[in-house]
Write a protein that binds this ligand. Sequence first.
Ligand SMILES: [Zn+2]
Length: 271
Amino acid sequence: MSPVILKTIKIRKRYLVALVLLVFLSFYLTGVQSDRAERQAVEAMSQALASRVIVVDPGHGGVEPGVVGKSGVQEKEITLAVSKLLADNLARAGAMVLMTRETDGDLSDPATAGLTAKKREDLERRVAVANDNRADLYISVHVNSFPDASRSGARVYYQPGAIQGGKAGRHIQSEISQVLKNTGRQPAEVDYYITRNTSMAAVVVEAGYISNEAEEKLLLDPIYQSKLAWAIYAGAVKYFAVENPPVQDPPGNEKVIQTFKEQEKQILKEP
Ligand SMILES: [Zn+2]
């Protein structure tokens, strides 16, 4: 090859590299811009949270570690970290936030003996925090685990047939997909003790799979935790701003009638 042709190829290569970099940069900047636009849109709607009562429930705690990752990290640690960040976001927007726990403890009476009895009492009291305070939204944060280590992605669950729970669940799932950009999961219906017995819009956010090595690392990363918390917060903002649910939905709503009252036996199923 003549030196002239070689030189031309070299120059072209340089242009090509520059062009590829430019394309990546513009994609990156577009992403940053749309993230910023999303944050601005959510903040503009955030007054919809003012004076709403929101219960944030960090899953497990105390004698109940929840699922455990390869690194030894326990679900209850991650749920508390994410929940605190979520509560901060909600409170800053003017919501009245109640956390079911702020330390590594469960809600059962220390005098109650036996793990099953403690567990039942713990769940009953979590539900009571929401029902007794006539909350508008109940968000329980959990972490998932599955035998197949390839499974990943956060997913939101709500009580089968629950109209408000379903709406809140869809908004939160949609924000999770948009903000974290690592899952296309859809919200799903599951009959859990806490979503069945709370008499307002209630969701369980399974923040991801601790059984997936990469996701376990993400769930331990404070930056990822704050993104996750922000996504849940953004979903809550949109739920109130877009759906404008009735203020403090009284007991006797569709969920209670369809499931709780028909069910004689209270099944203790937890996320
Ligand atoms: Zn859990």
